[in-house]
Design a binder for this molecule. Structure first.
Ligand code: ZN
Length: 492
């Protein structure tokens, strides 16, 4: 018996040592690859400088003029001031004459603009997407007016400065300069601008439909999305260019329970509001299952290699540490959790409108961000299952399924990575899963090469300005956007 216990303990110790060795060796070998060199030789550096002669004053002035257009989109479209949208379109015509001379412009839907520049070939077209509508601004909370394009201390203020008149300005400035210098793209080039992105409007899907009918299959699509950011991944302090290669679906659900109402002095055991509250607790306590999707695995694989050794142990060994990561994610919530699963946020609650009246109806609204295998329908089944209350009726209000995942093992990805590394030296380029929705999802219908990257450096403070107060962009940042697009257009 004693021999058996000793033998057992020795076996366990050996297995444990083998396990520890495997984990440590994998972590030691988990180092960055060397795909694209971020170091430029002297000749390349000179080429870049001689190539880019930007007219800083013109770019700032154009951007400021764009921000003066009050292109605010509302779900109640009767509130939209269409004159401002027309003003923006006229501004593009006036300020970018070369583009308007050399491109074919088709106006699609209510606000869509599709510019087509014929390339030397047409078999691998590129689409640069962006949108010129903005969300409303509560100007009482702003330090400066939100629609006057004020430039002060090298910053341009205005709603849309980051989201995303900056990328629109960047791509149009770049193309205008290049066309003036005789640029002809190697392949067909499209600029696809929508004025209803913030309200999930129909212009972008209509543009995609138009292209699909014309048989256009984009070989490369770039839209807003990630940016150059830092301190977004555990143990990595270096700047990272995060490129959305997939985006979550977004769907709204309503759960509702009816009751007879009545006076609150003689309440039932559970009021309708109580029943709904219990459903909310059950939903929050029973999160969706963990899923390691392609963009997230690729991000862990890229950034994990640049992380500290303690984190490398986890990210190099997800085969055994994924459950641990999941526990951490569920406990912390927030970004890590949103990368690993479909999330459900209960955002609306309604019951009685008086203290002494039992609610005849109670309801809650849930915004769900779908990921991986989860769909609009499967999440509805999930709610019905976890709520365990046949009196509660769950229904879908509106929503979309998650996008497909874009290719990363291809020359398009390598090209984007190279352009980024030449514009911002020494950054780590990584795929990531966008938790928010954008118009780019529509292009997934006609392309497997859709990338979401807002070509600018954004601090946490600047990221908070998107849809927040005091939105502004530094002039240096804006010039970099133009630089980025010049390098990109040279390669397409
Ligand atoms: Zn946007």
């Amino acid at each position: 018996m004693f021999d058996f216990i000793i033998g057992f303990l020795i076996t366990i110790s050996l297995l444990l040592m083998i396990f520890i060795c495997i984990v440590i060796v994998r972590a030691v070998l988990f180092v960055p690859g060397n795909k694209v060199s971020s170091k430029m030789n002297h000749k390349e550096q000179c080429d870049v400088h001689s190539m880019i002669l930007l007219n800083k004053e013109k770019i700032i002035d154009d951007m400021s003029a764009m921000l003066k257009c009050k292109t605010v989109s509302y779900r109640d479209e009767s509130l939209m001031d269409m004159k401002e949208f027309t003003k923006f379109q006229t501004l593009l015509q006036e300020r970018f004459p070369e583009i308007h001379k050399k491109a074919k412009l088709v106006k699609i839907g209510k606000t869509g603009l599709l510019y087509h520049i014929k390339g030397k070939k047409s078999d691998a077209p590129t689409v640069c997407m962006t949108h010129y509508d903005v969300v409303p601004a509560d100007e009482t909370q702003w330090e400066k007016p939100a629609f006057e394009g004020i430039t002060e201390k090298d910053e341009i203020w205005g709603r849309g400065a980051i989201d995303t008149k900056s990328t629109l300005c960047g791509v149009t400035e770049a193309l205008e300069i290049m066309l003036k210098n005789g640029y002809v793209p190697s392949n067909d080039l499209y600029l696809s601008f929508s004025g209803e992105e913030e309200i999930d409007g129909s212009s972008c899907p209509e543009i995609v439909e138009y292209l699909e009918k014309a048989g256009v299959k984009p070989a490369f699509v770039l839209d807003e999305g990630g940016a150059i950011v830092d301190h977004v991944f555990p143990g990595v302090s270096k700047e990272c260019a995060i490129i959305g290669t997939g985006e979550k679906g977004s769907v709204n659900y309503e759960l509702e329970v009816m009751s007879g109402g009545g006076h609150s002095s003689i309440p039932p055991k559970h009021t309708a509001a109580g029943e709904i509250s219990r459903a909310v607790c059950r939903i929050e306590n029973k999160p969706f299952k963990r899923q390691l999707t392609k963009p997230v695995l690729e991000m862990f694989d890229t950034l994990g290699r640049h992380s500290t050794f303690a984190y490398k142990i986890i990210f190099a060994n997800l085969w055994c540490f994924a459950p641990l990561l999941d526990i951490l994610a569920r406990k912390s919530g927030g970004e890590l959790n949103s990368m690993l699963r479909t999330t459900a946020a209960v955002t609306k609650l309604e019951g009685s409108n008086a203290y002494n009246v039992l609610p005849p109806k109670a309801s809650c609204g849930i915004n769900v961000r779908l990921m991986g295998k989860d769909t609009v329908d499967s999440a509805l089944s999930h709610f019905n299952k976890v709520v365990k209350n046949s009196k509660i009726k769950a229904k879908v209000i509106s929503g979309t399924n998650p996008s497909i995942y874009s290719e990363t093992n291809c020359k398009q990805w390598e090209m984007l990575e190279e352009v980024i590394k030449k514009t911002w030296q020494d950054v780590i380029v990584t795929p990531y899963m966008m938790p928010a929705r954008s118009d780019s999802g529509h292009y997934c219908k006609i392309s497997n090469y859709v990338y979401r990257f807002s070509a600018m450096k954004l601090s946490p403070k600047e990221r908070a300005m998107t849809h927040g107060h005091n939105e502004r962009i530094s002039t240096d940042n804006l010039l970099k956007v133009v630089e980025f697009y010049i390098r990109l257009l040279e390669r397409v």
